[in-house]
Design a protein around this ligand. Structure first.
Ligand code: AMP
Ligand code: MG
Length: 692
């Protein structure tokens, strides 16, 4: 697509003609060419605007210019509405449907009746609300009372555009519901008139001379200087900005994936990509600084932390599928929790504070309940029956518990003192609208889902795809669990261990089976693993012996980085890139394999999964054992806590799988020499803190 020669920005209006004097909330347009915006043009009604737009398009086409027209109303509705109305998913079908239904004249139109008619198709309680007429419309509520909407309240793009109105709201200051309906029918007619020459963004490729795009000036250019008509200033600003924008930047902003709901030009297109794939890791990400022989644990961890970046893709899922997934972006509170000040108890509400002593207050008729608000104002010196969760009506700040009052004769009697605001919850006291409710990188818990719901962000959650981790065991001696094993064989214990740990970490394990000690077979297995997974974890064959085929193969291909980490248990950790995917070559001994996974592989994979760096939380507890530890290597002992004291497994043998199972965590002993006596504090890290 080449650049545009002319930009025409339009601020639309859903209302009626109110006269020839330029004023706000009418239709304003502005033309920009060669980086220069002309003066804004006032068009007093939609009929004039349609003529003006038709003439302008005709003129630009005749002059051989490409023209981009921007309109400040949604080109699509929230997901599902198009199909429910037209039976197809083509949003432009809905445009034509509106063009056929809408009757529009300068002083009157049928938009409220049409909204009511649509609502009646869905039971009469929604999706539209707000009747601006003097008469009632069957199916269209005047207020939101009794409102029910089968469709999402907002389009995806509106989740990222704070302060937007929903396209379902037909009346009230700033409501866009009417503009959409009235605007789309005009655009549908222009498309028919200039058939084949108009493309609508982002539903169609922009390969025609005329493009229609959706804009929202208040979002992208902000508020005007004082004393200027906002709509006039904003269209001029947007037109000028677009006319001066480098072509590459405009193309980037136009590159969105929103085939049903549409998008607002200027809002980050990355947010529309159903799955965003981050860049792969660099091939030298595991390289160690020159001259390093033994790497202390903390240094190894710091290297992993800084060298790795997230590789898991990003997608949008419904709330019900978000448990255990990693947030790809911050969750911003779209409304406050609680949204309104409300009562924390069942009782009686009144204004202000109450001094010490006996008091009698007359009761007003009625009551306030959760979901059943009291619409009136409670006069000073009166009280109203109020129930837990009910919005505080006008005139009520303080609530007294029903247990603390005597009721009779239309009045309540009780004893003070009571502070103003007692037993009431302030609006937003938990979370204020616009605040970050949850931060990117968090693995979502059940409580997080409650919070996301409460702050109005429960329609969809932007998360990372689960990290896919291929697991393979190596060794000629390995037999499959559950089969008969020959006397010289041992059962593969690492693969079930690793796959189960990955599941607990929230990653997706991919079982690649057992691979014999054979270089060709191993090569083929790594190739397969690199195709299906984000990360490869092997166990066995990672040292430098004759039968250590994992390290030999990685060495041969030039990919190996042998990390000799000063840790016990643990042989060298073979780190490599294979087919663009990181490989963690774990030791074969199950104890070392598990400890290295918990200490090194899991936090590293956490970064790859988008979780950031995870530090397991340990506790200092008295030892119920004695040990003399030599300097040089950090040590991890299989441990558990009984009666507040830390026990360690009797044997430190690294083949003792029973000790892994006996233990409920690890004791971490520092890098230096240490003499642990009974009662000394040692650092205990429960398995649960490692994510198990
Ligand atoms: P390697 O690192 O291949 O020299 O293996 C070290 C020790 O761990 C040897 O005794 C292996 O038999 C044992 N081993 C290797 N892989 C596994 C496995 N998947 N399950 C249980 N033991 C293993
Ligand atoms: Mg082996």
């Amino acid at each position: 697509m080449s650049a545009f020669d002319t930009f025409v920005m339009v601020d639309w209006s859903g209302g009626n003609d109110t006269g020839p004097t330029p004023r706000k909330d009418a239709i304003w347009v502005c033309v920009a060419r060669d980086g220069q915006a002309q003066g804004p043009v006032y068009l007093r009604n939609r009929q004039l605007a349609e003529v003006w737009l038709g003439d302008t398009i005709t003129g630009e086409l005749a002059a051989g210019r490409r023209i981009c027209l921007g309109f400040d109303f949604p080109f699509g509705y929230p997901q599902g509405f198009v199909r429910a109305i037209t039976g197809s998913d083509d949003p432009l079908g809905l445009w034509d449907w509106f063009a056929a239904q809408v009757k529009d004249a300068p002083k009157a139109n049928n938009r409220f009746d049409l909204a009511g008619e649509i609502n009646r198709r869905f039971g009469g309680a929604g999706p539209f609300w707000g009747n601006g007429l003097g008469r009632d419309v069957d199916g269209l509520g005047r207020t939101k009372a009794g409102y029910e909407n089968l469709f999402p309240d907002r389009r995806q793009v509106e989740l990222h555009a704070r302060g937007s109105f929903t396209c379902w709201q037909m009346a009230g200051v700033g409501a866009v519901g009417s503009q959409v309906m009235m605007g789309l029918s005009v655009l549908a007619r222009l498309r028919q008139r200039f058939a084949g020459q108009v493309a609508v963004w982002p539903f169609q490729p922009l390969d025609t001379p005329v493009a229609f795009v959706e804009i929202w000036p208040s979002l992208t250019v902000g508020a005007p200087p004082e004393g200027v008509i906002k709509d006039a200033w904003q269209v001029q600003q947007v037109a000028q900005d677009l006319a001066r924008m480098p072509v590459a930047e405009l193309l980037r902003l136009l590159d969105v994936d929103a085939p049903e709901e549409g998008w607002i030009l200027g809002v980050d297109p990355g947010l529309t990509k159903r799955s965003v794939q981050p860049p792969p890791l660099r091939n030298d990400c595991f390289a160690l600084p020159a001259g390093v022989s033994w790497t202390p644990v903390d240094q190894a961890l710091a290297l992993l932390r800084t060298r790795l970046t997230p590789v898991a893709g990003i997608e949008t899922v419904p709330l019900g599928a978000a448990l255990g997934r990693v947030l790809a972006g911050d969750v911003i509170a779209r409304r406050s929790n609680p949204p309104q000040a409300n009562s924390a108890v069942d009782g009686y509400g009144f204004a202000g504070a109450i001094p010490a002593g006996a008091h009698v207050l007359p009761l007003v008729n009625g009551r306030a309940a959760a979901g059943g608000p009291y619409d009136g104002v409670v006069p000073k010196g009166h009280a109203l029956r109020i129930l837990t969760g009910a919005a505080l009506p006008g005139g009520v700040e303080t609530v007294i518990l029903e247990e603390d009052v005597t009721v009779g004769d239309g009045q309540i009697a009780f004893h003070g003192p009571l502070k103003a605001g007692a037993n009431a919850r302030a609006a937003g006291e938990d979370v204020a609208a616009g605040a970050v409710a949850l931060q990117a990188g968090r693995r979502l818990t059940p409580a997080d889902l409650a919070l996301i719901s409460a702050v109005g962000a429960g329609d969809a959650v932007r998360v990372r795809a689960p990290l896919k981790v291929a697991v393979l065991s190596t060794g000629d001696e390995l037999a499959e669990p559950g089969t008969d094993a020959a006397p010289g064989q041992i059962y593969d214990a690492n693969r079930p261990l690793l796959l189960a740990m990955l599941q607990r970490f929230g990653f997706e394990g991919v079982d690649m089976g057992r691979i014999p000690d054979d270089r060709a077979a191993l090569r083929a297995a790594l190739d397969r693993a690199a195709k299906v997974a984000d990360v490869i974890v092997t166990s066995g064959g990672a040292s430098a012996g004759d039968e250590d085929h994992v390290s030999a193969l990685l060495q041969e291909s030039g990919a190996l980085q042998e990390w000799r980490i000063a840790v016990k248990p643990g042989r060298p950790l073979a780190l490599a890139m294979w087919g663009g995917k990181p490989v963690f070559g774990l030791p074969g001994n199950p104890v070392a394999a598990m400890v290295c996974t918990l200490v090194f592989a899991r936090p590293a994979m956490g970064v790859l999964a988008g979780e950031g760096w995870i530090m397991p939380q340990g506790f200092d507890l008295p030892a119920d054992f004695e040990k003399t530890k030599k300097p040089g290597r950090r040590e991890y002992l299989r441990a558990r806590v009984r009666d507040g004291r830390v026990q360690v497994f009797a044997s430190e043998g690294s083949g003792r799988i029973s000790g892994l199972s006996w233990a409920e965590g690890l004791v971490e002993l520092g890098d230096g020499a240490q003499q642990v006596r009974r009662g000394d504090l040692v650092r205990f890290i429960p398995y649960a803190a490692f994510g198990l």
